[in-house]
Design a protein around this ligand. Structure first.
Ligand code: UN1
Length: 517
């Protein structure tokens, strides 16, 4: 195995997580069936093969869906707080395995080890949230218009939930969905990204073990592995009432159409094109921290990454100089080495997209402020390390309108009133995250008002990325409209039933209708 791997304890981590050189889902008790072609997982950190995972075939999928459907029938009968107790035990394991799992996330995906740990922390936090929620799956009661009647609503489990997640948050997004869906009484089938199959295997190993040790039925946490064709098995399957999909807008549109065609439900969390507005009243130091972390954190591969900085002309030069200066301090390299801020992009296709964006912005008349480029030489052998870049651009440029999953930040200037900045901020097809940097209360409130940001997330004096799990997470327009994680996002994993009970000796009809026999 790779030198990088051994020097950062990757081999030990893989061992602890039960991830082998070749992994298949034919062994019993794992709720994962995969006997097809092998998918190789190469680390973007050093380009080395980490391990292989076999893909789920059609026949394997049938076994998975049957196990999940059967398991659901039993799981839904368990009182929700008891389901919560099993999620709590799962969370104990996450706490115990936080370091190896964070390390594997970092090595397989390329984000910094700190961010890998942060991602596992999001899993732990959402599980805590779900345990509490397991005693709070409340419905409303309402007053009936008829005497001697009681009306209320209750939430029942939905069934088998299909989860499709992306490479950039290979473990957290799965748990945002599963932790809630499990306490709600659903069984989950997960298709993680084929770019990060080993983190999926590691998570499935933990879940399958905890579920079986605690007497839960088989099939509550299932894994399917492979490319989009494997995801399609779920999207077209009527036995899966909800598909929760995280990824590109292009993927989301295909999933939405397929699932809507059978009147299934979708929860979509798709692309963003997130901006920070910097007004003349902004704290420049905090603006720089928020913008740099937002633009280069996770190598610009968060759906919440800051892509556009909309700066007022009065502070434009000051902000520009400060941010260009800050970019000179960024250390790019092995993400497992805690001295580095930025690791590699996920693969060479991502590098191509990054280069294409930089070419495109120049073609369209943009001005490069911080040069990009692919790094070569010792430590950069994987060919996936790139320099975070900044370009002065215009919002109407085709490339600025487009989400490029890479560390490319566009600097846009606005003049006059805040309304002009808000118009630029909202002037894209995506609507995930947004922020304003200002110490002016009026500006902050206008940004959050009905005529302000049109995004699912709108922040004041913090950046666009790094949302906490307690809030509902997701966005509008081409971001897909779904909400995952905190607040009342749990409701999508349940079906609502309105109940009316007559405890009189009569049968009065609603709306005062008389029907005497
Ligand atoms: C994603 O990029 O898909 O808000 C999720 C954030 C993280 C989650 C990002 N908590 O940046």
């Amino acid at each position: 195995m790779a030198t990088v791997a051994s020097s950062f304890g990757i081999e030990e981590a893989l061992k602890e997580l039960g991830v082998n050189e070749t992994n298949n889902g034919t062994s019993t008790g794992k709720n994962w069936f995969s006997s097809g072609e092998e998918i190789a997982s190469y680390s973007p950190v050093d380009g080395k093969l980490i391990g292989k995972v076999s893909a789920t075939t059609k026949e394997d999928y049938e076994k998975v869906i049957t196990t999940a459907t059967e398991g659901f029938k039993e799981w839904r009968q368990l009182p929700a707080p008891q389901r919560g107790e099993i999620v709590r035990k799962f969370n104990d394991e996450l706490r115990r395995l936080k370091e190896p799992l964070g390390k594997l996330v970092s090595y397989e995906m390329g984000k910094s080890y700190q961010e890998g740990l942060g991602e596992v922390q999001e899993m732990i936090d959402i599980c805590d949230f779900a345990v509490g929620l397991s005693r709070q799956l409340h419905g409303l009661t309402m007053h009936s218009e008829r005497p001697g009647h009681r009306m209320y609503e209750q939430y029942h489990p939905l069934g088998v939930v299909g989860i499709i997640s992306a490479f950039n948050f290979p473990v957290a997004v799965w748990s945002w969905n599963t932790a809630l869906a499990w306490v709600c009484g659903d069984a989950c089938i997960w298709k993680g990204s084929e770019k990060t199959p080993l983190t999926s295997v590691a998570c499935q190993n933990i879940a399958a073990r905890v579920f079986s040790e605690n007497g839960a039925p088989e099939g509550i946490s299932c894994l399917i592995t492979g490319d989009y064709t494997v995801g399609e098995m779920m999207t077209k399957d009527e036995r899966v009432p909800l598909i929760s999909a995280t990824g590109s807008t292009r993927m989301g549109k295909i999933v939405a159409k397929k699932v809507a065609g059978r009147l299934g439900k979708t929860l979509l969390e798709l692309g963003g094109n997130n901006a920070i507005i910097v007004t003349p009243d902004a704290d420049i130091k905090n603006t720089v921290i928020g913008a740099v972390f937002g633009a280069v954190g996770t190598c610009g591969q968060r759906c919440t990454s800051t892509r556009r900085l909309i700066v007022h002309e009065d502070v434009y030069d000051k902000v520009k100089d400060a941010i260009v200066d800050a970019y000179q301090q960024i250390k790019i390299g092995n993400p497992l080495d805690e001295n580095n801020h930025v690791g590699p992009l996920i693969d060479k296709d991502a590098v191509k997209n990054y280069q294409n964006a930089l070419d495109k912005v120049v073609e369209e008349g943009g001005n490069i402020l911080v040069e990009g480029g692919v790094l070569e030489g010792e430590g950069y052998e994987s060919g996936c390390y790139v320099k975070p870049a900044i370009a002065e651009a215009k919002n109407e440029f085709e490339i600025v309108q487009h989400e490029t999953f890479a560390p490319v930040l566009y600097l846009l200037k606005y003049s006059g009133d805040l309304e002009n900045a808000i118009e630029i901020q909202n002037g894209v097809r995506q609507g995930l995250s947004s922020a304003i940097m200002t110490n002016n209360l009026r500006e902050a409130e206008r940004f959050l008002s009905v005529a302000g940001s049109d995004c699912g997330i709108a922040n004041v004096n913090i950046g666009t990325s790094g949302a906490e799990i307690g809030g509902a997470f997701g966005g509008e327009k081409e971001t897909g409209g779904g909400r995952e994680s905190g607040s009342d996002a749990w409701k999508i994993y349940m079906r609502r039933q309105t109940n009316t009970i007559n405890y009189t000796t009569e049968l009065p009809l609603a709306q005062g209708i008389k029907f005497d026999l």
